[in-house]
Structures are given as structure tokens and as C-alpha cells.
Design a protein around this ligand. Structure first.
Ligand SMILES: *Cc1c(COP(=O)(O)O)cnc(C)c1O
Length: 573
């Protein structure tokens, strides 16, 4: 499998090159030349595989054997998911039906897919444990028969979770130094603690005075400085990296099968879609997580619908309403990025959205032109033009046909902080409203949980699911069972304790205290490992205004790893 840039100038890279480069030199994102179609009969054969076995099957389709052998791929995948605290890697749980009595039957079938059982308790571990091992594998292979050691400098920006997950994925890895920029004071204290308490020599945290988007702009600027980029062998780990998207396709397949197992489909079912409707609600920021769902669909997994759930930084929701992709402008000195209860989704633009737009463009053109190259060129020309309009005019509008086709699979919802908080309250306090009810019989099925502690990001997705289940576009016919909705749970509630504890403790409905509710503490909602971080020593560099922050960043990198990357090519020294 070969890779090309969405903007059309780099067109023939190996998987390894796409992974190391991250962002293409023309500013585009790497995508595979084709998306391998997998017949339903083959997908069905995967339905009882373990998580690592399943992931290996999927990844194999995007990585040629000449690049990574079967044995090596299986080994990389097994080690990557072996750091998760449960063999299921991403367990599926049923949410309590807090809408009992409200007459909406489909809320019976709401699940959370817990993606947060990795080392940093956020879904980004799924991708970054894999990416860290890929880097290590490729570098070891390059260095095996070489006198000079080839190393890389990973540079990334984080609004919180990426940084932690990247650092835990790369700490202590040979031939890799990692610099992670975060907006000072704008990530949760737990995340800050988690990143800066990693003291490995190859890990460098850099706190930037500014927003996450400022950090992202600096990273992009460093990558587009070709001299700097080549000298330090820059590599990216933020969500534009293709290997991250690929890694995330795995849990769409895994959870799809998990739902089917739970509800019991006839064995050998040749058409899942006719039997069950499964849709996903995905709390979305940079569009990486939900894009992986799109690839799963294009591979052949019969997902009914992908719900793009945003917080009030709603550029994507506005796109799916109008076909116009437009940055929010600052008004009266206010910042365009709004700080919300779900900070990992506080973005101005969604970098991975370009990949979807590319596919929508090429599909659109394919309906009238059968020459694949011509269509690809057309899609890339669209990207160049739209991204220029985004930069110069703050936004662009896609043609009607493209907008309409996006709505076939995607729908969206924007969840306010008030609704986010309310959901956290409801899913926890539900148990106290049940106490007076007679127990219901459960026909052999697992007894649903009585309460669930949502993190604020997951809550954004759950609210979107609740709102949209009722408005399902495809009508339920008698041959189709009701819709099952999987909400991706992207972080442990222990990573965002302020919002979670406030919602649960301060909004306790009158009923709860009467029935024995005691306010929760951090230790009640956080994994032990997170609680244990408190008070550990930290290490972090700082870049402040005024002054050119990009120059300051270059100086920081020079100071720390400059000696390993001489300014002149080695041969000339
Ligand atoms: C990164 C992140 C998201 C958003 O994922 P994208 O791939 O950027 O859309 C949602 N929730 C949490 C907790 C995250 O860390």
C-alpha cells in the first residue's frame, strides 16, 4: 500500500515514510492510495478474534508485507495493546437507561465503549502505544547495519490528552526525542501532572503562553521550515499522523462485534446491516477519532451512522448544518476558542477534516469521471483552494452535492456545557431514583449498571446520542431491530475531576441525599495510578510572550538536542 498527500504534490510514499513525515511538505495529510474493501463474509470471520488479532488483520490491509512481516506486525500490535489494563483493551458497557418512563425505547440500547484503559487513561493511548512501537521498530531496522545512528525529533502540540499519550508512548524509546507543546494553564491539572512528571531524558515538555491553536500553529510552522525539519528529522504524533487514524479503526470493528455478541445474532449472518443498526456517537475535536469510523465504513463495516458530537467549539457541527466550514472570529477582543468543560475538544479548526473532504470530493467527481487520477487531482485542487480560503477568508463552502453526500453517513450535534454537566449528573444520580422501584427480571442478560460516571468528553457524545436517537433518519421497519448506539468514552472521569465532581456533588437532585448519597471525592472517580501522581517531581520548559515564540521554540530544541543533529551534513564535517 502506498500513500499520497491530500494536496497532491507527494503522491507515492511507503507506510513508513508517511508515518515518519506526519504532515506532507505541501501542507496536506497522507492518505492511502485506496481503501481496501473487505467483503462482509471476511469481516464476519473476524468477529470472535481477540483485540490484538483483529487489529492485526485490519492494519495488515494498509501495510504491505515488504514493509512489515506478519510476525513483526503481530508482535508490534500485541505489545502495543498489552499495556492496557484489560485483555479486551476497549471494553463495551451498557449505560443505564436514565430515560425510563420517557417513552423513548431506543435509549435502552445505549452503550459506552471505554477507550481509556491504557497508560494515560485516555483514548489516545490506543493510537500512541502503537505509534511509539512503530517508530522504535523502523528506527532499529534503519540503524541495524549502519555506523551512524539515525534518530528523530518528535514535535507535537496538545490540548491535553495527546501530549500525555505521546509521552507515555515514546518515553525511553531509543533514537527518539519528544517535544510536546501545551498551552500553559489551559490543560487540566491532572494532565499537566501526568505529562510533566515523566522524567525520562528523551521527554521535553514545553509550556506555551497562549491557546492550543497557538501551539498547533507553531508546530505547523516548524514542519514547514524545510531546513529545520530536515536537520532535526522532525516527526509528528498529533492526530494528523496516519498511523493514529489506522490504529483507531480497530475499536470500531471490535465494538461492532461486541454489540452483536451481546444481542445474539444468528450465526453466519451474511448481512448484519439487515438485522441490526449500529451507530456511533463520537466526541470530536480534530476529527481523528470519527474519521477512523469513516475508514471502517469504507472498508465494509456496515455502520449505520456516525454522530459527530462537538462542544461549543462547533465548527464541524456548523459544517454539517450548512456545508460551510468557517472559523469563529474573535469579537470584541473575545477569544475565538471557547474554553469548555471538555478541553480536549476546544479547537478552532479540525485538522483531520481535510481527509474527509478529500474523499467527499473524489467521490463526487467519480460520479461523472471514471479516470481515478483525474479525480484525485481534482480532489487535491479542491483541498488547495479550500485551505487557502480558510486561511485568507476564514472559511469556505463546499458544493451542494458534496454537502449532501456527507449527510448520508454523518450527522452532528453541539452540546453545551450545561447539557454536558446535566448528563454527568443524570447518569450518576439515576441509581437513587431507582431505589424505590421493584427489581426487574433480567432474562439471562447482564444486569444493566445502575449508575455510570461519565467524563465530560464522553458526556458530550452521550447527549448527542440521546438527542439524535429520537430523530433517526432511517425509519425503523419491522425487519430491522432497533438502533444500538455506541458512545465512544474517550477519557476516564478521573482525568477531568473538577467538572465531574462539580456535576455530581453540587447538582445532586433532592432525592439523592435522602436516599444515602454521599459527595464523591477525587479518589472515588480516579484510577489509583492517577491519584499517585500527586506531589511527584516535575520537569517543564516555558515559552512566554512577548518575543517570537517560534524562535524561542527553535532555541529550546537546539539547546536540548542540537548536538545530536549537527547543522551541516555529517559527511562535510
Ligand atoms: C482528543 C480527544 C477527543 C477528540 O478526539 P479527536 O480525534 O481530536 O476528534 C475527545 N475526547 C478526549 C478525551 C480526547 O482526548
Amino acid at each position: 500500500m502506498r500513500y499520497r498527500s491530500t494536496r497532491g504534490t507527494s503522491t507515492d510514499l511507503s507506510f513508513e515514510e508517511a508515518v515518519f513525515e506526519g504532515l506532507a511538505p505541501d501542507g496536506g495529510l497522507y492518505i492511502p492510495h485506496s481503501i481496501p474493501q473487505t467483503p462482509l463474509s471476511e469481516i464476519h470471520q473476524w468477529s470472535n478474534l481477540s483485540f490484538p488479532q483483529l487489529a492485526t488483520k485490519i492494519f495488515r490491509k494498509f501495510i504491505s508485507h515488504e514493509e512489515i512481516s506478519d510476525a513483526d506486525l503481530a508482535d508490534i500490535v500485541t505489545r502495543s495493546f498489552g499495556t492496557f489494563s484489560t485483555p479486551e483493551v476497549t471494553p463495551l458497557k451498557k449505560l443505564p437507561n436514565v430515560a425510563v418512563g420517557n417513552g423513548n425505547g431506543d435509549l435502552e440500547n445505549l452503550y459506552v465503549l471505554e477507550l481509556f484503559h491504557g497508560p494515560t487513561f485516555a483514548f489516545k493511548d490506543v493510537a500512541l502505544q502503537f505509534l511509539g512501537n512503530l517508530f522504535e521498530f523502523f528506527l532499529e531496522r534503519r540503524n541495524r547495519n549502519s555506523a551512524t545512528k539515525f534518530g528523530i525529533t518528535v514535535l507535537g502540540a496538545t490540548s491535553g490528552d495527546t501530549g500525555g499519550a505521546a509521552i507515555y508512548g515514546l518515553r525511553g524509546k531509543k533514537n527518539v526525542d519528544v517535544f510536546i507543546l501545551h498551552p500553559e494553564g489551559r490543560i487540566s491539572p491532572v494532565q499537566e501532572q501526568q505529562m510533566t512528571s515523566v522524567l525520562d531524558r528523551n521527554v521535553h515538555n514545553v509550556a506555551i503562553e497562549g491557546t492550543f491553536d497557538d501551539c498547533q500553529v507553531m508546530v505547523k510552522a516548524a514542519f514547514s521550515d524545510q531546513k529545520f525539519r530536515r536537520r532535526f528529522h522532525l516527526a509528528a504524533v498529533n492526530s494528523i499522523n496516519w498511523a493514529r487514524i489506522l490504529a483507531q479503526t480497530s475499536y470500531y470493528f471490535y465494538s461492532y462485534f461486541a454489540v452483536l455478541r451481546r444481542i445474539g445474532t444468528p450465526s453466519g449472518a451474511s448481512s448484519y446491516a439487515a438485522l441490526t443498526k449500529i451507530q456511533y456517537s463520537v466526541p470530536t475535536g480534530n476529527f481523528g477519532d470519527v474519521l477512523a469510523g469513516y475508514y471502517a465504513v469504507r472498508m465494509g463495516l456496515p455502520i449505520d451512522r456516525l454522530i459527530v458530537a462537538t462542544n461549543e467549539n462547533d465548527i464541524l457541527h456548523r459544517f454539517f448544518q450548512s456545508g460551510r466550514y468557517e472559523k469563529k472570529q474573535s469579537r470584541n477582543g473575545s477569544e475565538p476558542v471557547k474554553q469548555t468543560l471538555s478541553p480536549a475538544m476546544d479547537i478552532l479548526v479540525s485538522s483531520n477534516f481535510e481527509r474527509l473532504l478529500w474523499y467527499l470530493s473524489i467521490e463526487d467527481r467519480r460520479s461523472t469521471n471514471s479516470d481515478a487520477d483525474v479525480c484525485a487531482k481534482h480532489a487535491s485542487a479542491n483541498m488547495v483552494q479550500w485551505m487557502r480560503e480558510l486561511r485568507d477568508k476564514g472559511g469556505f463552502t463546499v458544493p451542494e452535492t458534496i454537502f449532501n453526500s456527507s449527510k448520508g453517513l454523518f450527522t452532528s450535534f453541539c452540546t453545551s456545557d450545561a447539557l454536558t454537566s446535566d448528563a454527568i449528573t443524570r447518569y450518576y444520580h439515576h441509581q437513587y431514583t431507582l431505589l424505590h422501584e421493584a427489581p426487574k427480571p433480567y432474562h439471562g442478560a447482564e444486569r444493566p449498571a445502575l449508575a455510570y460516571v461519565l467524563d465530560p468528553h464522553t458526556a458530550v457524545g452521550v447527549v448527542a446520542a440521546e438527542q439524535l436517537v429520537a430523530t433517526s433518519t432511517t425509519p425503523t421497519t419491522s425487519s430491522i431491530k432497533s438502533t444500538h448506539t455506541i458512545c465512544l468514552a474517550t477519557a476516564s472521569p478521573g482525568k477531568f475531576p473538577e467538572a465531574v465532581l462539580k456535576a455530581i456533588n453540587e447538582n445532586a437532585p433532592a432525592l439523592s441525599p435522602q436516599r444515602g448519597f454521599k459527595p464523591l471525592t477525587y479518589a472515588d472517580i480516579a484510577p489509583r495510578e492517577l491519584v499517585a501522581l500527586e506531589g511527584l517531581p516535575k520537569r517543564c520548559l516555558h515559552i512566554q510572550s512577548p518575543g517570537d515564540k517560534l524562535d524561542a521554540l527553535f532555541a529550546v530544541i537546539e539547546d536540548n538536542v542540537g548536538a545530536q543533529f549537527p547543522a551541516k551534513p555529517l559527511s562535510k564535517l
